[in-house]
Every structure is written in C-alpha cells, then in structure tokens.
Design a protein around this ligand. Structure first.
Ligand code: AMP
Length: 214
C-alpha cells in the first residue's frame, strides 16, 4: 500500500507518518528530512538547499524528484508513505510515472485538514528529539524537566530554522499557491480522503486507519 499525506506545514504529516511506520512497517519518505540531511553535506547544492529551505520557499522539482527516485529503488516493506511530497503538480506527475514504472499503485491520498490559525501555534514552539525524532512543543508537550526524551532517553533536542513566523508565512503561501491544487487533482482521480487534522492525535490516527482498512 502506497499513500500520500497531504496538508499544510504543521498539519501533523510527520507525526502520523511515524505512527504508520511503527504500526504497519511502512517506509516514510519525507523530502523535508532528506533535504535537511542534504543541507549538512557541505556541498554547494547543500548550501543552496539550506538557503531556500530557511526562506520557506520550495526547492526545485528536479532536486526533490531525484531524491524520491533514489529512495524508491530501495526496500518497499509495507509500502511507502509520501510525507511532504508531492508539493507541485509537476512532482505529482513525476510520482505517477515513477510508480507506474515500478508496477506500483497509489492507494490513497490523505488530506490532514487544519485551519491556518492553528498552524502558527503548532509550529512556533516545536522541537524534536535529535536521536529518535519524537516531536515536542513548548506549550502542549514540553520536553521533560529531566531533559530526557520520553521515547528514547535522548538528551539533544532540535528546533528547525524555518519554524518561525516569518518563514511560516512563506511556507503557507507556497502551500496555497503550489500544493493545494493537488487536492483537486487527486479528488478527480478518486484518491482523495480528508481527515480532521485538528482532532486529538489518537483520533487522527484512528481516522487514517479507517481510510487504510476500508
Ligand atoms: P517539511 O519538512 O516537509 O516541512 O519541508 C521543509 C522544507 O523543505 C520546505 O519548506 C521546502 O523548502 C523543502 N521541501 C520539502 N519537501 C519539498 C518538496 N516536495 N518540494 C519542494 N521543496 C520541498
């Protein structure tokens, strides 16, 4: 089973993808994570990627499609979760071609619906465990007082350079201009399913499970 998680920044795509990896042995393909890794490579490409990401704009289709193509050649396990990809119609077309070449299908596109006002609050104040990626939030789920991650005991936490109000504005604009047309695209293809991304995390998990098990 191959699925796309679609939604604005802060909608909870990463959190839900991690859960699906745990529960269904699926493979999370997050272009954001791949690009964050690429930016530390010390290459000129890494430097360009870093600048674009910090501004909140989208990295070129060519770069992200290349990253995804490489990953699709690896182990499929319980299927792929595309998290943060595709973000443009050109990426959606490229994904369709890549899956067709592999004789794979796209089984569902799950939209996580969240209003803008909630996104700012969710993103500003967000941090993750540097070891296992568990997500924390200053207000709703603070890092424990003993400074240890509740999942893995890690003691290093990271904040994303683009998790600030200024970059978020650009990220949201990019979402509405370039990514939200994909909702119509997948609706017409009959693949789109929407869940309430503002619901409690467990309820979102249950709603996604319902879609996948239907
Ligand atoms: P994310 O972790 O998904 O929020 O992505 C962080 C940043 O990486 C985005 O704001 C973009 O600059 C870049 N990025 C991630 N995925 C893509 C994509 N599919 N296409 C273009 N840029 C991307």
């Amino acid at each position: 089973m191959n699925i796309i998680l679609l939604g604005p920044p802060g909608a909870g795509k990463g959190t839900q993808a991690r859960k699906l990896v745990e529960d269904r042995d699926m493979i999370q393909l997050s272009t954001g994570d791949m690009l964050r890794e690429a930016r530390t490579s010390g290459t000129e490409m890494g430097q360009i990627v870093a600048e674009v990401m910090d501004s909140g704009k989208l990295v070129t289709d060519e770069i992200v499609i290349g990253l995804i193509r490489e990953k699709l050649e690896g182990d499929k396990k319980g299927g792929f979760i595309f998290d943060g990809f595709p973000r443009t119609l050109a990426q959606a077309d490229a994904l369709e071609e890549l899956l067709a070449e592999m004789d794979e299908t796209l089984d569902a596109v799950i939209e996580l619906r969240v209003q803008d006002e909630a996104l700012v609050a969710r993103i500003v104040g967000r941090s993750t465990c540097g070891n296992c990626g568990e997500v924390y939030h200053d207000l709703t789920k603070p890092i424990p007082a003993d400074g240890e991650c509740t999942v893995c005991g890690g003691t290093e936490f990271k904040r994303r350079a683009d998790d600030n109000e200024e970059s978020l504005k650009t990220r949201l604009m990019e979402y509405y201009k370039q990514t939200s047309p994909l909702l119509g695209y997948y609706h017409v293809k009959g693949a789109l399913r929407s869940v309430d991304g503002l619901a409690d995390m467990r309820d979102v998990e249950a709603a996604i499970a319902e879609v996948l098990d239907a």
